[in-house]
Design a protein around this ligand. Structure first.
Ligand SMILES: [Zn+2]
Length: 459
């Protein structure tokens, strides 16, 4: 079996190129891992990384490792900087035709993705880089994009871009090295589910919605633990990658409960490997009392991000109208926006603090003001946690309110698999932040109590 070394540039003490809080080393590692799994999932090949975490590895150690493994190909992943824009690839000076062929295959496939996302093709180049010179096998180094170019950096932060560019690099590599494709296991079928419902009416609506987006689907009735479910099946594939690509497309329409299910050849006769709606344990309710003050909530955020916008008071005021725990909702916003640093695909100017999708487009919603954004977030939580009509105080701001199965998540745990996919850790992450917020707010109070106690003692 062929051996490929993927070398995520820099790491540990060496961040590589830096743009404010964004480090080259992190993007190199993300892409390298994606390329590795894409290759290993689809081809008969052994793929090793020169580092698989944020550690310091010398250039010598990297090339020694590749030489010792007698690798067939060495691929180094970097991000550029210095005021340019776009993608370029490098091989060593005076390399043979074989290495040039590999460079060309990877470069060509990658450029297709760059074109799609509007990034420039800077060409196939040669350089006297250590990792290209000291490796005994064909070696290519990619400068994927410029970390100090804001448009390029925004792309690097997008999950869809990361996936597509990694797949392109991997497939270019596979073509050039003539890697053998993995044969799909004929017993396995990868089914794309676009939601599962207890009521058929909701499943029907989902099928219609998808049809409007030119995605055909049908309802598959299953009984799991004596309970009947209507699953919306939107395609079945022999290859997992195809099913996953389809899920990405469906999620982009705002259907966040789409996922891939592996189905045996026997279909529904085999035990279901993944029941669609395991009812999670109760836990903290979404509706309830807000215990923290806006000041306490903001103090918590600003310790991490001093530039965070002032939204806590809006959360408290609007949360009260809908009976939503505003401090826990605020913790959800912290999770969704990365402490309001907005380094993901949603931009700060969208005022979208909870990753709410737009109707129709495969994008996240845009709100005109911070107040409208907070309102939409709270209303979306209200849609999940209540079956009551909207209170009259505010107009409807949540574009997806009507698409929520009303009352389907009374607790934060029950949002798993509904608000975000994969759905097993979403609530844990939110509640962990919320718990930290609660604990940190206790400390100054405790100090005051101690002070008061001391005073009492002195009397
Ligand atoms: Zn670099």
């Amino acid at each position: 079996m062929k051996v490929i070394i993927i070398d995520p540039g820099h790491g540990g003490n060496d961040p590589g190129a830096v743009n404010k809080g964004s480090f080259e080393k992190n993007y190199n590692l993300i892409l390298a891992k994606k390329i590795q799994s894409y290759l290993q999932n689809n081809y008969e090949v052994k793929v090793l990384l020169t580092r698989s975490s944020d550690t310091t590895v010398s250039l010598d150690a990297r090339t020694d490792f590749a030489n010792k493994e007698k690798a067939d190909f060495y691929l180094s992943i970097h991000q550029n900087s210095g005021g340019g824009e776009g993608f370029e690839s490098y091989v060593y000076i005076n390399v043979g035709a074989e290495t040039k062929k590999i460079q060309n295959a990877i470069h060509t496939r990658t450029t297709e993705v760059m074109n799609k996302y509007g990034a420039r093709n800077r060409g196939q180049k040669q350089a006297n880089f250590h990792v290209l010179r000291e490796t005994k096998m064909p070696a290519v180094l990619l400068e994927v994009l410029f970390i100090d170019n804001e448009k390029n950096l925004a792309l690097l932060n997008r999950g869809d871009f990361q996936n597509e560019v990694s797949a392109a690099i991997a497939s270019g590599t596979a073509t050039a090295l003539s890697l053998k494709q993995k044969q799909p296991d004929p017993k396995e079928l990868f089914v794309t589910l676009a939601g599962a419902f207890e009521q058929k009416k909701n499943a029907d609506e989902r099928v219609q919605f998808l049809a409007g987006k030119k995605i055909s689907s049908y309802i598959d009735e299953v009984t799991i633990s004596n309970k009947k479910y209507y699953r919306v099946q939107a395609g079945a594939f022999q290859k997992r990658e195809n099913a996953e690509a389809h899920v990405v497309k469906i999620r982009a329409l705002g259907i966040k409960d789409a996922y891939v299910m592996v189905k045996g050849e026997e279909g529904t006769k085999t035990p279901e490997p993944e029941p669609p709606k395991p009812e999670p344990p109760a836990g903290l309710t979404i509706q309830g009392k807000t215990v923290l003050t806006a000041e306490e909530m903001e103090r918590f955020v600003k310790r991490v991000n001093p530039d965070a916008p002032s939204l806590a008071l809006l959360y408290v005021q609007i949360g009260q109208v809908y009976g939503i725990r505003a401090d826990a909702a605020y913790a959800q916003a912290i999770h969704e926006t990365g402490y309001f640093r907005f380094q993901g695909s949603v931009k700060a100017s969208q005022n979208n603090y909870a990753g709410i999708g737009a109707t129709g487009k495969g994008e996240s919603a845009v709100f005109n003001t911070p107040q409208e954004g907070v309102l939409a977030h709270i209303q979306h939580l209200y849609a999940y946690s209540s079956t009551e009509p909207l209170p009259p105080q505010y107009p409807l701001a949540d574009p997806r309110f009507e698409l929520v199965q009303r009352g389907s998540a009374k607790t934060w745990n029950q949002l798993n698999g509904k608000w975000a996919v994969p759905g097993t850790t979403y609530s844990t992450m939110i509640l962990e932040i919320y718990k930290q917020m609660l604990n940190e707010s206790k400390a100054p109070l405790q100090e005051r109590i101690n002070l008061i106690d001391e005073q009492i003692k002195e009397i």
